[in-house]
Design a protein around this ligand. Sequence first.
Ligand SMILES: *[C@@H]1O[C@H](CO)[C@@H](O)[C@H](O)[C@H]1NC(C)=O
Ligand SMILES: *[C@@H]1O[C@H](CO)[C@@H](O)[C@H](O)[C@H]1NC(C)=O
Ligand SMILES: *[C@@H]1O[C@H](CO)[C@@H](O)[C@H](O)[C@H]1NC(C)=O
Ligand SMILES: *[C@@H]1O[C@H](CO)[C@@H](O)[C@H](O)[C@H]1NC(C)=O
Length: 357
Amino acid sequence: MKSFSTLLLALCSLRQVQAFRHNNLQVLAGVHVVYSYSGTTPPAELTTLIEEGLVGGVILFGNNVNSSLPAIIESWQTAYANSPAYIGSPLLIMTDQEGGKVRRLPGGPTESEKAIGESSDPEQAASQAGSDAAAALGAYNMNTNLAPVLDVFRTPGDFDDQYQRSYSDNATLAGICGAAFTAAQQAAGYIATAKHFPGLGSASADENTDEVPVTLNVTIDEIRSIDEMPYHNAIAAGIDMVMPSWALYPDFDDEYPSGLSEKWLKQELRGRLGFRGVTISDAIEAGALTAFGSDSDRAVLASGAGMDIILAAAQNVTQGQTIVQALVDALNSRTLDRAEFDEGTRRILALRNKISA
Ligand SMILES: *[C@@H]1O[C@H](CO)[C@@H](O)[C@H](O)[C@H]1NC(C)=O
Ligand SMILES: *[C@@H]1O[C@H](CO)[C@@H](O)[C@H](O)[C@H]1NC(C)=O
Ligand SMILES: *[C@@H]1O[C@H](CO)[C@@H](O)[C@H](O)[C@H]1NC(C)=O
Ligand SMILES: *[C@@H]1O[C@H](CO)[C@@H](O)[C@H](O)[C@H]1NC(C)=O
């Protein structure tokens, strides 16, 4: 234990150690929350929150993007670095730059995952896509991509395949491509995210967790032999983040969707698959979670299950603030375990330290 905490302190800057010592729960909870807003003009409240150190990062969507955005992002990082609550490393600024139809920024990857999987040299094409994604993020001063999709589609036209978001129905090939994309993008200095763990490849076209609760009646044996296969490759390639899905897989956990499930996050992802990085949620307001209360209730449930970062993706700054406060309240009431929460904070800060250069 002693050598472990010494190692953690070595990974943290002085400012980060001070934040823990001062026990500033608002600042520490803020590290766990990614905010969003609507349109090309960021709300003044967001800048204020960044200066106060209550923001862990921002997710950008297509309607946020115009040529003013790179300068806006740079101004956030400067405002944050000048804040008394600065924790010593940059905000996570992220988007979905998957490739093909799912690209929020101008630039590559122009090819879809499906086209890459079907190309003559899929591994090389996936590596090129990872480099292209890095270039697109870099042009906008972003540091984090919510890609690659590691889902292994089952049927032409199903949930992933309808938008060509899956490399292949061959899990081995999907794993090779996902790892190549990850290695290339991360080597360029940009954080990659494998999604949607353990996989949405068996979902049909209308089983969209953004909209409705989704139950996937696939056995744990099939999940492990097909859907999870690419995670072995991506974890071996050092993938920085994993985004769990909001689907329910009753054969393994019949109560909680993957992203709210201690069994999925702790037992399967960290335990069995050996993932050591950061977990980030899909949109906390997703229609899949209607049975689990308000955004705040969901965020506390997810955090308690082992979700490090909560994505407040409703393009509403109040949503992020409400979630930060809910995490603070849950820590104060001991609904959330402080030691486990701190482990998550350290994982996030270790990741952010990677992109500080
Ligand atoms: C981007 O949007 C903002 C806010 O609407 C606007 O002020 C600015 O002129 C736009 N920039 C460009 C280059 O279109
Ligand atoms: C799946 O892909 C791998 C890697 O390209 C290949 O070796 C294997 O033959 C493929 N399996 C099938 C059933 O096509
Ligand atoms: C999955 O199983 C549940 C419970 O047995 C059932 O209600 C549901 O219809 C099944 N879904 C599919 C797509 O087979
Ligand atoms: C923004 O989020 C808050 C808290 O989640 C919610 O109460 C409010 O209705 C939302 N506002 C809009 C415009 O969606």
